[in-house]
Structures are given as structure tokens and as C-alpha cells.
Design a protein around this ligand. Structure first.
Ligand code: PEP
Length: 249
């Protein structure tokens, strides 16, 4: 059975005091839910977040990770470092990492393999750009992104994978894919995984939608059968909005 998940990606927002304040507010307002709730603060505040959420069910996760075990990679963070502070999940492949930091499918495949080897769970992001959707190429683009980074994995690795379909044109733009567009793509992703692996793996993987999810549209998007939750950017920075999105699931 796949789990329902609401994950907040805080990106490069919130200093230490702001991080502590938002975590305290979230922990206090967290509704009763069977969904997994995750937040991804910036690296410098991640250990603080892990500690401050110790008695909460909210999981503090990482926004990124390097593929190497250790070494001369100034400014980078390894899987071991994440684990050493109690982090068990990492976001990989966010469109901002792909667009601004040159993360290719090949690099992401290496990161995914390292994370799996190190027993980290992965929230793997992918999605087409506006030009791909306009030209009708969106299914092909999404298929190649997941195939290139994930389809060399053993079947056993899929228990550690959460997928996040995030059409680039909907991230931070206020423009959301319609619930029908999200459902159509999520169903396509499950079909692609069924063909590459099997129906059991495809049915057990959680597929989140990301792209301008807000309290006003969350319920409709989450109502679709192949949408298992959301990866939330802007709305995750406001406790009441994030809580409302959790309630919507
Ligand atoms: C994101 O960056 O993953 C995201 C979905 O952002 P937003 O919700 O702000 O569109």
C-alpha cells in the first residue's frame, strides 16, 4: 500500500530563528492525519529541525545531496552527513537543481544510487517545461527523466522511492496543472513503471504532485486516484497554509 505524503520544500528560505518559529507553529497546529508530513529546511538548519521535531511526527528531510561518499567537493553534503544528524530522506532532481546547478539525468542517477546504497529514502522530482507541454512532448520528457535516472535500479530499491511530478511551468508561478492533467500524467507514470518493472511496484510507489499547490486547490488535486499527495513550495512557508493542505489530504 502506498502512503499519502505532504512534503514542504523550504528552498533557500528561513533563517535559524524563522526556522525554529515555523517548526514550533507547525508542530502545534499539525492536524490528526494518516499522511506522512515532511519539511525540508536549508542545510544549515537541518540538524536544528531534526532535534526540534523529535517528539513530532513531522519528518525533517534534506533538499539535496552529493553522489560521492566524501572528499574534495567544497560546499557539498554527503549521505553519511545527513544520516549522522538523523535525516532519512532526501529530495533529488528538483527542477531548480536541474536548471541552475546543471544536474543532469546522469548525475541524478548517481545520486539516486548513492542514496539507495546508504539506505536513504528519496523524493525524486521531475517534470516537463512549458515548451514540452505546448509541443505535446510532455509524456516523452517525463518518461526519459524517470527512465534515465531510475530504471537501472533493482526492484528492491523501489520501496525507497517517492516520485514527485512537478511540471516546471507550474512551480512558483501560481499556475497549477489541472487535477485532470496531474491525474493523466500520474497514470502515465504508473503505466511506464508497470512496463519497466511490474504492476506491484507501480501501484506501491507514492506519486506526489508539485506546482503551486495551495489551500484552495489542494483538495481537488489530491482527490485524483493516482495523486498520493504533494510537494509544496511557497505555501509550505506559511504554517496555516501548509496545515490547510495537510487537512486537504
Ligand atoms: C516546488 O518548488 O517544489 C514547488 C512545488 O513550489 P511551489 O509550490 O511554490 O510551486
Amino acid at each position: 500500500m502506498r502512503s499519502k505524503i505532504v512534503a514542504g520544500n523550504w528552498k533557500m528560505n528561513k533563517n535559524l530563528a524563522e526556522t525554529e518559529a515555523l517548526l514550533t507553529e507547525l508542530a502545534a497546529k499539525l492536524p490528526d492525519t494518516t499522511a506522512e508530513v515532511m519539511v525540508a529546511p536549508t542545510f544549515v538548519n537541518l540538524a536544528t529541525a531534526v532535534n526540534s521535531l523529535e517528539s513530532s511526527t513531522i519528518n525533517a528531510i534534506a533538499q539535496n545531496m552529493h553522489f560521492a561518499e566524501s572528499g574534495a567537493y567544497t560546499g557539498e553534503i554527503s549521505a553519511d552527513m545527513l544520516q549522522s544528524i538523523g535525516v532519512d530522506t532526501v529530495i533529488l532532481g528538483h527542477s531548480e537543481r536541474r536548471a541552475y546547478f546543471g544536474e543532469t539525468d546522469e548525475i541524478l542517477e548517481k545520486k539516486v544510487k548513492t542514496a539507495i546504497t546508504k539506505n536513504l529514502r528519496i523524493v525524486f522530482c521531475f517534470g516537463e517545461e512549458l515548451a514540452d507541454r505546448k509541443s505535446g512532448n510532455h509524456f516523452k520528457v517525463v518518461e526519459s527523466q524517470i527512465k534515465n535516472a531510475l530504471f537501472s535500479l533493482d526492484k528492491s530499491a523501489w520501496g525507497s522511492i517517492v516520485l514527485a511530478y512537478e511540471p516546471v511551468w507550474a512551480i512558483g508561478t501560481g499556475e497549477t496543472a489541472s487535477a485532470e492533467q496531474a491525474q493523466e500524467m500520474h497514470a502515465f507514470i504508473r503505466k511506464t513503471i508497470t512496463e519497466a518493472y511490474n504492476a506491484e511496484i507501480a501501484n506501491n510507489v507514492s506519486i506526489l504532485y508539485g506546482g503551486s499547490v495551495k489551500p484552495a486547490n489542494a483538495k481537488e488535486i489530491f482527490s485524483k486516484p493516482d495523486v498520493d499527495g504533494g510537494l509544496i513550495g511557497g505555501a509550505a512557508l506559511v504554517a496555516d497554509d501548509f496545515v490547510a493542505i495537510i487537512k486537504a489530504i
